[in-house]
Design a protein around this ligand. Structure first.
Ligand SMILES: Nc1ncnc2c1ncn2[C@@H]1O[C@H](COP(=O)(O)OP(=O)(O)OP(=O)(O)O)[C@@H](O)[C@H]1O
Ligand SMILES: Nc1ncnc2c1ncn2[C@@H]1O[C@H](COP(=O)(O)OP(=O)(O)OP(=O)(O)O)[C@@H](O)[C@H]1O
Lengths: 219, 219
């Protein structure tokens, strides 16, 4: 079982502390605010009220046993930077830090944080993509070329089967599932001969550019 | 071309304004802070300095033409609530609002926002999943049951073909692609007879619980 450290219990930090704690990880959580500490107490193995810029405090609670540490302060660069420094001194192998903008991210990377998360930026990207694809509910980028796209079945697909439309050949997309409504259950083993019902949503994997083409040709 | 409104140009709001503006959407962006307004000016069709709780201001800049409005204030519930109210009065059909916690989210939903985004919570979920699957590089939850998982090919799969292992029957997972390294190109049309090379990464879709089972049995 892994020991995970979480420094700073805002929404980001406490979400992580709670989810890992519920999955049987040993979580050591630190925050200077007692309310935040109390909120995660039932989920974690150690909930400590204190200032994590103090390396002796971290040492005294066995923090060097953590294999991964998440630094969940966003608004205070000084606290984040001192936290990263302390983690490095304690020999932490994987430091994940939250940053609120590119400048802070670059500084934290320079300090030695291994992974940086920018929640507002990353969710902004996601919402922008969601808005761009108005027939398309969601786009998950797998890598530079391929994406998984969930989209409303175009009018002219209704009543036809996946097999007869031969999408893989025609559009180079691989349909991996269907849903009857956006929040519905995803069926991942759809028989190729099954006719597409009105209002269905298709989930497919393919080249990101192919999907753009699909979006326009179907208007 | 769609007209999109963005109220509040923090990192979240300005990321959206910039990305949609670059993709030829007409973006009307409003913020009370001139620095924030100036930062997006080159990307948007209208960058307005002002207080968006003032409905007359919004009317005067043609805000009712927006088909989608994003409310990007997180820290001020009052401003968000007034912004949602104004959008409803202006007949905006799709209101997307940022919330910092569940309580604010519920209030915004009650007020009539159609979609709520909680960046710190959603990125916290993502980081927690990433930490949990240490052989597993990434987990994308498709819905309550199914996920797409990218994982290191277990030792005993090396040198064997997907076909001979009959993973769909045995583990109920559907392999949709392979990569030769984490940042490498994803090959989505892998011949079933091809032998799995050492160091490969498998990308598969299946039931989330199935993958947990895979994780443990392969240690
Ligand atoms: N030096 C410190 N020692 C201990 N706790 C700290 C320290 N600095 C900040 N914190 C705690 O970290 C938490 C998150 O801080 P901050 O306000 O920077 O993050 P946030 O960006 O608002 O978080 P989130 O967006 O995840 O809700 C707070 O609960 C705060 O009490
Ligand atoms: N009533 C208002 N009228 C106009 N602009 C506003 C109003 N209230 C807040 N803003 C602007 O909204 C922006 C975002 O505000 P806020 O501080 O609430 O968000 P944030 O959570 O820090 O944003 P992010 O996390 O996206 O960086 C700020 O630039 C602020 O100037």
């Amino acid at each position: 079982v892994k020991t995970i450290g979480v420094l700073g219990l805002g929404v980001f930090g406490s979400t992580i502390a709670k989810e890992l704690g519920e999955q049987h990880y040993d979580v050591i959580a630190v925050d200077k605010d007692l309310i935040d500490v109390n909120r995660v107490e039932e989920y974690v193995v150690q909930a400590v009220q204190g200032n994590f810029t103090d390396i002796e405090l971290l040492r005294s609670i066995g923090f060097s046993n953590c294999e991964v540490v998440v630094i969940g302060t966003g608004s205070n660069l000084e606290a984040s930077v001192m936290a990263i420094m302390n983690c490095k001194k304690l020999g932490i192998k994987r430091i994940i830090a939250k940053a609120k903008n590119r400048t802070h991210m670059e500084i934290m990377q320079e300090m030695g944080a291994h992974e940086i998360v920018r929640p507002e930026k990353e969710m902004g990207d996601k919402v922008a993509r969601n808005i761009m694809r108005n027939n398309i509910l969601d786009v998950i980028t797998l890598d530079d070329e391929n994406s998984i796209i969930e989209f409303n079945a175009p009018e002219r697909w209704i009543g036809r089967s996946l097999k007869e439309m031969d999408l893989r050949k025609k559009y180079k997309i691989n349909v991996i599932g269907m849903k009857s409504d956006p929040d519905g259950k995803l069926a991942i083993n759809v028989p190729p001969e099954e006719k597409i019902k009105p209002g269905s949503f298709i989930v497919a994997i393919g080249n990101s550019e192919t999907f753009e083409h699909l979006d326009y040709t179907d208007q």
